[in-house]
Write a protein that binds this ligand. Structure first.
Ligand code: TYC
Length: 105
C-alpha cells in the first residue's frame, strides 16, 4: 500500500520553478595558440560566424577570457573536451572552463 506523505507548509508553498542550471563555456587566453586556430575552433564547435569568432578571439586575447556559449552541464563538458582534444592534437595549449550561470552580467 503506498504511504501518504503530507507536505509541510514550507514545502507546499515553495513555487515549483526549478530547472537545471546552465553553464557558460569560457575560453581562456594563452601565449601560444595561434589566433587563426582559435577562430577555427569557435566556428567549428560553437557555430560562430567568422566575424563573431574574430571578435571573441580578440576579446580573449586582450581581456583573458570570453564566454563562448551557454549549455546544459553535460553538453558544456562535451564542448570543452572537443576543444581541448582538437587543440592537443594540433599541439596547442588552448583551454576552456565551465562557469555556472548566475543571472548577472
Ligand atoms: N594570445 C594568443 C596569441 O597571441 C591568441 C589567443 C587568443 C590564444 C584566444 C587563446 O583563447 C585564446 N597567439
Amino acid at each position: 500500500m503506498p504511504e501518504i506523505v503530507h507536505k509541510t507548509d514550507v514545502e507546499a508553498e515553495k513555487p515549483q520553478l526549478q530547472r537545471p542550471p546552465m553553464y557558460h563555456v569560457v575560453m581562456l587566453n594563452d601565449d601560444y595558440t595561434p589566433m587563426d586556430f582559435v577562430i577555427e575552433i569557435m566556428v567549428r564547435f560553437f557555430h560562430k560566424s567568422e566575424d563573431t569568432a574574430n571578435k571573441l578571439m580578440l576579446q580573449i586575447h586582450h581581456q583573458g577570457r570570453a564566454r563562448c556559449g551557454l549549455f546544459a552541464r553535460e553538453i558544456a563538458e562535451t564542448k570543452i573536451n572537443q576543444v581541448e582534444t582538437a587543440s592537443r592534437t594540433s599541439g596547442h595549449p588552448l583551454r576552456c572552463v565551465l562557469e555556472r550561470e548566475s543571472g548577472d552580467q
